[in-house]
Design a protein around this ligand. Structure first.
Ligand code: ACO
Length: 433
C-alpha cells in the first residue's frame, strides 16, 4: 500500500480499495474517492460538506485551527493594512499583485464600466419602495445578462474577463441604486474621478442638489471592510456560484445565485442580524439572559456573529475589524457607541463561558462589521449588500478559475433515498386516504 493513499474496506464483502491522497501546497490532504462508486457501489455521505473538498483552488487558504487567512499566499493582515481593494481584486482574479502600470489599467477599466444601461432603471423602478435591497440586488444582477450578452460565451477567456470586470464595476452602482430606491432619492451616476470606495460612498450619499465629499476615514474603513470580505474559499455562496457555473450558466446568473445564498442569516445575513440582536439585548445587564437563550437547545436564539464552520480559533478578520472599530469610532467622533460597548462585553462574557469555550465559538467577521457600517451611516438593511459588493470579487475569481479548468464537470451530488420503493399507479377508486 502506498503511504500517500487510504484503503477503504467494505466489511460486508471483505473487498478493499485503495485511493490516492491529493496534497495541496499547504493544508491537510484529501482522499480522491472519485472511483469509489464505480469500484464498490457505495457513495460517501457528508451533509454540509464537513469533510469534503469540492475542488482544487489556488485563490484563498484558511487554517481554521490557527486562525490564518491567505489570499493567493498573502496574509490578510498585510493586505488589510497595506493594499487597496482593487489591488486585492486584481490579486484574487489574476494570482499576483499588480505592478503600478497594471493597477492603473485595472482601475481605469473598472471605473469605465461602472455605469448601468439606462433601461436597467426600469427594472429598479418596478420594485416596491420598501423592497429589501438584497432582493433588488439579486434581481437586477440576474437581469444584467439581458443587457450585456455581447460577452456571454463562457468558454471564451476574454468574454469571461469582460463579464467579471463588468460585475466588479456595476455591482456597487446597483447596490447604491437599491438604497436610493428605498429612500426615494434619485439614483446617482458614478464618478470616474473617485477611487472605488469613495465612488461608492458618493453614489450612496450624494444627491443631485448636494454633493458629498467622502471623508478619508470613511473611505479607509470601507476599503478595509471590502478587503476582509473579498473572498473566503468554498463558503456557501461561493460554492453556490461554482455549482451554478458548472452547468455553463452565464456569470450574471451565477453571481445572482451567490447573492441569494449570501442573504441567509447563517452566512452574509449575519451582520444585519448582529445589530438586530444587540438592539434586542439593549443593555449589558440583559446579557446573561441572552447567553442562556443561546445555550438552550430548545430556543432558536443563537449568538449572531459567533461561531464559524472553519475557524475554531479567533476569526483573523474579526480581530482586525475589532481593532479598527476603536479607531474608526474615535475618528468619527462616535467613541461611546453603545452597540460597540455591548458587543465587547458580550464577547468577554462568551469567551469565558464553558459552552462557548468547549465548542470553540469565537466572534466571526460579522460580529463587528455592522458597527462600523452603522457608524458610516449605512443603514442596517444594506449590510449584507455591502458584503455582496466585496464578495463579488471572490465569486468572479472562483468562477473564472473553475471555467478555465479543462477538467471542470457539472456539479452533481448524490443522495441517500428515503422515499417509497417502486410502486404502481392506481386509479382513484383504489387509493386510500
Ligand atoms: N450561538 C450558540 N450556539 C452556537 C452558535 C451560536 N452562534 N454557533 C454554533 N453553536 C453551537 C451549536 O448549537 C452546536 O452545539 P452542539 O454541539 O451542542 O449541538 C455547536 O455550537 C456547533 O455548531 P454547528 O451549528 O454545528 O456549526 P456549523 O459549522 O454547522 O455552523 C455557523 C456554523 C452557521 C456559522 C454557526 O456557528 C452559526 O449559526 N453562527 C451564527 C450565525 C453567524 O454568525 N453566521 C456568520 C458566519 S460567518 C460568514 O458567513 C461571513
Amino acid at each position: 500500500m502506498a503511504k500517500d493513499s487510504v484503503t477503504i474496506t467494505h466489511n460486508g464483502t471483505g473487498k478493499s480499495f485503495e485511493y490516492a491522497l491529493k496534497q495541496g501546497t499547504i493544508g491537510p490532504p484529501a482522499v480522491d474517492i472519485t472511483a469509489l462508486y464505480r469500484d464498490a457501489g457505495i457513495f460517501t455521505y457528508d451533509p454540509g460538506f464537513m469533510a469534503t473538498a469540492s475542488c482544487h483552488s489556488a485563490i484563498t487558504y484558511i487554517d481554521g485551527e490557527q486562525g490564518i487567512l491567505l489570499y493567493r499566499g498573502y496574509p490578510i493582515e498585510q493586505l488589510a493594512t497595506k493594499a487597496s481593494f482593487l489591488e486585492v481584486a486584481y490579486l484574487l482574479m489574476h494570482g499576483d499583485l499588480p505592478n503600478e502600470v497594471r493597477l492603473d489599467e485595472f482601475e481605469h477599466v473598472i471605473s469605465r464600466h461602472t455605469m448601468l444601461n439606462e433601461n436597467l432603471k426600469n427594472f429598479l423602478a418596478g420594485f416596491h419602495y420598501d423592497a429589501h435591497p438584497m432582493a433588488i440586488l439579486c434581481g437586477v444582477v440576474g437581469s444584467l445578462s439581458a443587457f450585456y450578452h455581447d460577452s456571454l460565451d463562457v468558454h471564451d477567456a476574454d468574454h469571461r474577463l469582460i463579464s467579471a470586470r463588468r460585475l466588479i464595476a456595476k455591482v456597487p452602482t446597483i447596490a447604491a441604486a437599491a438604497y436610493k430606491h428605498n429612500v426615494g432619492e434619485p439614483i446617482m451616476y458614478p464618478r470616474n474621478d473617485l477611487r472605488y470606495c469613495a465612488n461608492f460612498l458618493h453614489m450612496m450619499f450624494a444627491t443631485p442638489c448636494e454633493d458629498y465629499e467622502p471623508s478619508l476615514i470613511a473611505e479607509k474603513a470601507l476599503n478595509l471592510l471590502f478587503i476582509l470580505h473579498a473572498d473566503h474559499e468554498q463558503n456557501a455562496s461561493t460554492s453556490t456560484v461554482r455549482l451554478a457555473g458548472s452547468s455553463g450558466a452565464n456569470p450574471f446568473a451565477c453571481i445572482a445565485a451567490g447573492i441569494a445564498s449570501l442573504w441567509g442569516p447563517a452566512h452574509g445575513g449575519a451582520n444585519e442580524a448582529v445589530l438586530d440582536m444587540l438592539e434586542e439585548i439593549g443593555d449589558v445587564g440583559n446579557a446573561p439572559k441572552y447567553m442562556d437563550k443561546a445555550k438552550d437547545k430548545d430556543d432558536p436564539f443563537r449568538l449572531m456573529g459567533f461561531g464559524h464552520r472553519v475557524y475554531k480559533n479567533y476569526d483573523p478578520r474579526a480581530k482586525i475589524i475589532r481593532e479598527v472599530c476603536h479607531q474608526v469610532l474615535n475618528e468619527l467622533a462616535d467613541a461611546n457607541n453603545p452597540m460597540f460597548d455591548l458587543a465587547l462585553k458580550l464577547e468577554e462574557i462568551a469567551l469565558s463561558d464553558d459552552y462557548f469555550v468547549e465548542r470553540r465559538l469565537y466572534p466571526n467577521v460579522d460580529f463587528y462589521s455592522g458597527i462600523i457600517y452603522q457608524a458610516l451611516g449605512i443603514p442596517r438593511n444594506m449590510f449584507t449588500v455591502m458584503f455582496a459588493v466585496a464578495r463579488t470579487v471572490g465569486w468572479v475569481s472562483h468562477w473564472m478559475e473553475m471555467m478555465g479548468d479543462p477538467n471542470n464537470r457539472i456539479g452533481r451530488p448524490r443522495q441517500i433515498y428515503h422515499g417509497p420503493p417502486t410502486r404502481d399507479y392506481l386509479p382513484f377508486s383504489q387509493r386510500s386516504g
